[in-house]
Design a protein around this ligand. Structure first.
Ligand SMILES: [Zn+2]
Length: 478
């Protein structure tokens, strides 16, 4: 009997925070059991040849929306298959009560088990959930949710302005909540901050913030509807960077008051990254993590396929894109994510204002970063930190995920750095029938993805039934 279940031979491993090293990897019982300068083919029951290839820790796509616009189980199956194509082995998906998703509200004690059950048996990657606390009643469920493996929560700064009607003067139709405002955010931050202290020994507990400002959006939308321009430029102008900046300022005052660890999600503009960086400088005692997305790094409003590229916050200008890349290169941005939300082209076919926001991109997570990062001076180690190790640390998964180390889960990606391919919807293995990234030349694609030691994706094909498991977070520090 061989010493290992699987050996990955002849590759160059990319170790986060360390660098690249020529080494072989031995896998046993779903974990990494050896990193060695030389293993033999006879050492493994299964041999994966990685000659000329890079061996990366599986990416952790920490911003995902399983089931936002489609049946949750169906969406889990197709969209985590897309994730495997991009070298993603763990997704941490957002879920909240209210419109979309399960289109209902109520206590998480009944709804959360339903969400996990609908995903289990359908996900091709391991998965976890960030939870949006939408109602006053749900505030009391934060500690219960942490006990269920939820180490991160979410607040949407701009929802308080949605669907203002005489029936729901505080904008409750969309969120199905009673008082979704800064008062609610303050109470939520208190809950999360207390949980973060209680669970500090096991890992990080935090609150993610979608920063856009509702009252300003209202005014700018009216302006753009009246005076133009149309298309994605108009969308960018209807929710300008100023709205990100103001809502971030509001949120950071409350983070200061409560000492809540926060994640500033999908920073989209130079102004947003400046505001986030200065918060970090001025509030060094707070735990603040900065995230941007593939689409904000890769696209501008004139290249994102018109209404197909509608997303919140919007795709912005070439200057914004350069500012974000600068922040990635100089280390201010911690994580890069897809914000994957599978949409159909017909959901985008209406007018700009009623088209659904969001689109998929998880299959490009490693390919895009491997393609564009080194060109801009990123080391390969930095690429795996942005896509794997840093999100694993931020969301309570490290070092079980996000590491190439003995004892870590054997989530590995074998990537061919020379393989070049033009992006098409088919190349992304998603149920989404379009992509705003269409036509982009990308160099550096996974040829095999392994989840807990099993080859689950090889040469463009998903292998086997969905075997992804729910991961309870924080997983516990070593
Ligand atoms: Zn999102």
């Amino acid at each position: 009997m061989a010493r290992f279940d699987t050996v990955v031979l002849n590759g160059t491993a990319v170790l986060p925070y360390v660098g690249t090293v020529r080494c072989d990897v031995g896998l046993r019982d779903g974990r990494i059991a050896a990193l060695a300068d030389a293993l033999a083919p006879a050492d493994g029951d299964v041999v994966v040849d990685a000659r000329g290839r890079l061996v990366l820790p599986g990416a952790v796509d920490s911003h995902f929306h399983i089931g936002i616009y489609r049946d949750l189980a169906t969406d889990a199956e197709s969209e985590t298959a897309s994730a495997l194509a991009g070298g993603v082995t763990t997704v941490v998906s957002y879920f909240r009560t209210g419109s979309h998703y399960l289109n209902k509200s109520g206590p998480y004690r009944t709804i959360f088990p339903e969400v996990v059950a609908a995903t289990e048996g359908h996900a091709h990657t391991d998965f976890g959930y960030h939870i949006g606390i939408m109602t006053s009643e749900q505030l009391d469920e934060v500690e219960w949710l942490v006990g269920e493996g939820v180490a991160s929560f979410k607040y949407y700064m701009f929802y308080k302005g949605l669907n203002l009607t005489s029936d729901s003067p505080r904008g409750t139709a969309y969120t199905m909540s009673d008082a979704y405002d800064l008062g609610h955010l303050y109470l939520l931050m208190q809950q999360v901050a207390a949980a973060a202290v209680r669970h500090r020994a096991e890992g990080r507990v935090s609150l993610s913030l979608h920063c856009e400002q509702a009252e300003l959006i209202r005014v700018f939308i009216e302006q753009v509807k009246r005076d133009g321009p149309g298309g994605l430029e108009g969308y960018h102008r209807s929710r300008p960077p100023l709205t990100e900046r103001l809502s971030m300022a509001e949120a950071m005052v409350l983070a200061e008051a409560t000492r809540c660890p926060v994640n500033l999600l999908h920073l989209s503009s130079g102004e947003a990254i400046d505001a986030a960086s200065s918060s970090r400088r001025q509030q060094p005692h707070l735990d603040i993590r900065l995230e941007t997305t593939l689409h904000h790094l890769a696209l501008t409003w004139d290249t994102a396929g018109g209404i197909l590229g509608k997303v919140n916050p919007p795709i912005r200008t070439a200057d914004d894109r350069e500012a974000l890349w600068q922040a990635v290169v100089d280390g201010r941005i911690d994580t890069v994510v897809s914000d994957h939300a599978c949409c159909a082209e017909e959901d985008k076919a209406r007018d700009l204002w009623s088209a659904l926001p969001g689109f998929g991109g998880t299959a490009l997570l490693y390919p895009y970063l491997m393609s564009e990062g080194p060109r801009r001076g990123l080391s390969l180690a930095r690429v795996v930190e942005l896509a794997s190790a840093n999100p694993a640390r931020a969301f309570g998964l490290y070092p079980r995920k996000g590491a190439l180390a003995v004892g870590s889960d054997a989530d590995l990606v074998v990537l061919d750095p020379e393989r070049e391919q033009t992006v098409t919807p088919e190349a992304l293995h998603s149920a989404q029938d379009f992509t705003p990234f269409a036509g982009m030349r990308v160099k550096g694609w996974p040829t095999a993805t392994l989840l807990r030691g099993q080859v689950v994706y090889r040469d463009g094909t998903v292998v086997g039934r969905p075997g992804g498991q729910y991961v309870r977070r924080p997983v516990g520090l070593p």
